[in-house]
Design a protein around this ligand. Structure first.
Ligand code: HEM
Length: 359
């Protein structure tokens, strides 16, 4: 799988090298225009040279220093949110903790106001339904409306930052010069939307999947409570054991590609199951066992690889460590109130809610 992720003959898109007919792909549905307009310049939808140009700009904002500066706010916010949750006694770890936590931190890094964070979450949840296999007409329609509203919101933000720039990423994207030109508003909209969406969906589900995994394996939870195992190592094992993103696809852009000895012609799609790779017995001993002390847990594929490798991985690690540290320290008696129900989706794996209480 790592070889596929690094192979330049495989791409997330094919439209820069061939037609929809050649690649036997459905044309993009014109009724979903608002959705595809927002996807058009998303890092996840483009390939070099477009990808290289925009990724470079985004990387300039995700410097190790900028991300490291999020450590303290992450710690502080985790504890503040937990204060409220613990005061309430019973809470939904996703709605009451993980969602406001993760959206606030990515907004802070990008310089997006948080007053509309419930709208941002709603737009994002509806938007990402389009990445699933069996998106219904109703979901596609809802995703399209969400994309339109999200776009209008970001366009407003661009206007504001253009007239009064601040020291934030939206202002930096507005002012950026690449190859002598500025980014078009459409490019900025896609970039901000993909960062906001990718910047919380997977982190929130890692928290939900991870807490449920630990509470189902009380011995593993105790190893964290006692300090025998570091939270940092546990985070890697939790991403390995129940990753929030299960499937990524690549188009075969050239002839001559072989995967595991099987030739795959140009125009085909390679589907990569991350959850399966993370349980590969050739890499992980006794792979179905949750072991927070696993030595090579960080060898998981959870953040991908190659040119599309997760640009937010260092931020995600900081956020996850800060939240698990706060939970382990302050909610040692955490317990599930009921078995959480899975969201009926394939690509993005998470729960509808994770109802917990300290007992
Ligand atoms: C546990 C949390 C996270 C996981 C498991 C995760 C996983 C991934 C994976 C697997 C990819 C590669 C997709 C592919 O190869 O097709 C990716 C890409 C990406 N991630 Fe994350 N991610 C997480 C958190 C974040 C955060 C916090 C951000 C914040 C900015 C972020 C932003 C992105 C972006 C912008 C891309 C696209 C990069 C590109 O195409 O060049 N992710 N992520």
């Amino acid at each position: 799988m790592r070889a596929c992720l690094r192979d330049k003959r495989l791409g997330r898109n094919f439209r820069h090298v061939g037609t929809e007919a050649e690649f036997k792909a459905e044309p993009l549905d014109p009724r979903r225009r608002a959705f595809w307009d927002v996807e058009r310049w998303s890092l996840l939808f483009i390939e070099p040279p477009e990808h290289t140009r925009i990724r470079k700009l985004v990387a300039a904002a995700f410097t190790p220093r900028a991300v490291e500066a999020m450590r303290e706010p992450a710690d502080q916010l985790a504890n503040e949110l937990l204060d409220d949750c613990l005061a309430r006694g019973r809470f939904d770890l996703l709605y009451d903790f993980a969602q406001p936590y993760s959206i606030t931190l990515i907004c802070r890094l990008l310089g997006v106001p948080t007053d509309r964070h419930r709208d941002l979450l709603d737009w994002s949840h509806r938007h990402v339904k389009m990445y699933e296999f069996d998106t219904s007409e109703e979901q596609a329609e809802s995703a399209t409306r969400a994309a339109g509203e999200f776009r209008d919101y970001v366009l407003g933000l661009i206007e504001e930052r253009r007239s009064s720039p601040r020291d934030d990423m939206v202002s930096a994207l507005v002012a950026a010069r690449v190859d002598g030109g500025r980014l078009a508003d459409d490019e900025i909209v896609s970039t901000v939307v993909v960062l906001l969406n990718a910047g919380h969906e997977a982190t929130v589900n890692t928290l939900g999947n991870g807490v449920r995994a630990l509470l189902q394996h009380p011995g593993q939870w105790q190893r964290l409570v006692s300090g025998e195992v570091t939270v940092a190592n546990a985070v890697e094992e939790l991403i390995r054991w129940d990753p929030p993103l299960q499937l990524f696809e690549r188009w075969v852009l050239e002839d001559g590609v072989e995967v595991g000895g099987t030739p795959i012609p140009r125009g085909e799609v390679v589907s990569m199951l991350f959850g399966s790779a993370n349980r590969d017995p050739r890499v992980f001993a006794d792979p179905d066992r949750l072991d927070v002390a696993r030595e090579n847990a960080a060898d998981h594929i959870g953040f991908g690889g190659g040119i599309h490798v997760c640009i937010g991985a260092p931020l995600a690690r900081i956020e996850l460590e800060a939240s698990f540290r706060a939970l382990v320290k302050r909610a040692q008696g955490l317990a599930l109130i009921e078995e959480p129900v899975r969201v009926p989706a394939f690509v993005i794996r998470g729960f509808e809610a994770v109802e917990v209480a300290v007992v």
